[in-house]
Ligand binder design. Structure first.
Ligand SMILES: Cc1ncc(COP(=O)(O)O)c(C=O)c1O
Length: 430
């Protein structure tokens, strides 16, 4: 009987397929993932499970500041893990205080609270604002259209994009959105309940749009005049990505205005590159408000743990030691110049390259014939084409691609990125 039954169809199983199947069966499908499964990395390169190498211009969405498999990070992890991985915030420990000291040194007089992610850092700023306005009944925070502030319930309420809110209404009360880079609109939107204004120095998810210097200075003046907190989300654009620790420092430096050096917001959210890949978030609060969140008002079990803080200290040390802020500035402008030339050559595919330092946005042309056959957004199709060519990049919305590479990206890496990108774009333009 056995002999006469047809043999079962051979199941061709590669590793990629089994990884995807395991995800489909077991992982809640909140992310639409590309068909890439990564296995290892070194510097600015990563390899997938089939051994294909990619130049990583995404760095885990602006996270892996020192690249992949950094021996400095590994050494810091091992050294601290051999002493203490975790202690409760019921006790003091060395790394958290040292890191807070360094961060205030990089920003200005104030204090820092530690948490684990950008969403949690934004939440801390929302609570700071609520506490600030509480006794006067003020609670409303103005944020920008197209902004992104995280996926918690208050984070999506703060985010100025309807797609993240859909299906989760009602939103947390007290957030309203105003056009970005429009000071008059912010002034006009104020109500007696307004307590703070929150913006990103460079909008990331919203498509890589930098705040202008007059907008930043104008918001500071407006907040002083109306007794509001000026809050900045530096989760994506911070940590030397633009060539200065915070993007507002770079924007104001470029503008060369006399008031620039005196500018400080009242609160800054940080995460992503802060730990170079090890999860850590933080928010800094300017001195007059730094003790507003007193004992018992806020907390996080893992926040500021010694392992995360030891790694974040190492990341800062390496950025300083290796001149990575200057590198981000120089290689970033080289990359931007190269991509601008490509955009000038192929306007039917690439409308514009823009950005600051190693935070670059590529805006695609309105209708790219090569993408017409698929329902997928142009940005997704473009990123998939880059994958084929061995580059990792990150979509932002439907028509912008973000380049957020490790701060160690070399000029040779950048030249390679431009050349690969140009060949992909040349093919799409025919
Ligand atoms: C500007 C900004 N804020 C907040 C967040 C949320 O950070 P996380 O995903 O670490 O919660 C992000 C994440 O992309 C971000 O870009």
């Amino acid at each position: 009987m056995r002999d006469i039954l047809p043999a079962p169809a051979a199941v061709v199983h590669n590793e990629m397929q089994s990884i995807q199947e395991r995800f489909q069966k077991n992982v809640i499908p909140t992310y639409s993932r590309f068909d890439v499964a990564l296995e290892r990395g070194e510097g600015c390169r990563v390899w997938d499970v089939n051994g294909k190498c990619y130049l990583d211009l995404g760095a885990g969405i602006a996270v892996c500041a020192l690249g992949h498999a950094s021996p400095d990070i590994t050494a810091a992890l091992l050294e601290q893990a051999g002493k203490l991985i975790h202690v409760s915030n019921l006790y003091y420990q060395q790394p958290q205080g040292l890191l807070a000291e360094q961060l205030t040194g990089l920003i200005g007089p104030g204090k820092v609270f530690f948490c684990n992610s950008g969403g949690e850092a934004s939440e801390g700023l929302f609570k700071l604002a609520r506490k600030f306005g509480h006794d006067e009944g003020r609670f409303e925070i103005l944020t920008a259209e197209n902004s992104f502030h995280g996926r918690t319930l208050a984070g999506i309420s703060a985010t100025g994009q309807s797609k993240v809110k859909k299906g989760f209404e009602p939103m947390v009360a007290g957030f309203r959105h105003v056009p970005f880079n429009d000071l008059a609109a912010a002034r006009a939107a104020l109500s007696p309940a307004t307590v703070a204004i929150l913006i990103e120095g460079v909008q990331g998810e919203g498509g890589v749009t930098a705040a202008t210097a007059p907008y930043l200075l104008g918001l500071r003046q407006l907040c002083d005049e109306k007794n509001l907190l000026l809050l900045m989300d530096g989760v994506q654009c911070g940590h030397f990505r633009t060539g200065r620790f915070q993007s507002f420092q770079r924007i104001l430096e470029d503008a060369g205005t006399a008031d620039a050096a005196k500018f400080l917001p009242d609160g800054i959210a940080m995460a992503k590159s802060l730990g170079g890949g090890f999860p850590i978030g933080a928010f800094w609060v300017r001195a007059p408000h730094a003790d507003r969140l007193g004992a018992g008002t806020h907390g996080s079990t893992f926040g500021g743990g010694p392992l995360a803080c030891a790694v974040a200290l190492k990341v800062l040390q390496v950025i300083e030691r290796d001149g990575l802020a200057a590198n981000a500035r120089a290689v970033g402008s080289f990359l931007l110049a190269g991509l601008t030339q490509v955009a000038e050559k192929y306007p039917s595919v690439l409308r514009q390259a823009r950005g600051l330092g190693l935070m670059i946005g590529l805006e695609l042309a309105e209708k790219i014939p090569a993408f017409a056959a698929s329902e997928k957004a142009a940005a997704i199709q473009f990123v998939s084409a880059l994958h084929q060519a061995g580059l990792l990049a990150i979509p932002a919305g439907s028509k912008v691609i973000r380049l957020l590479p490790p701060l160690i990206l070399s000029r040779a890496d950048a030249a390679e990125a431009v050349s690969v990108m140009e060949s992909v774009i040349a093919q799409l333009s025919v």
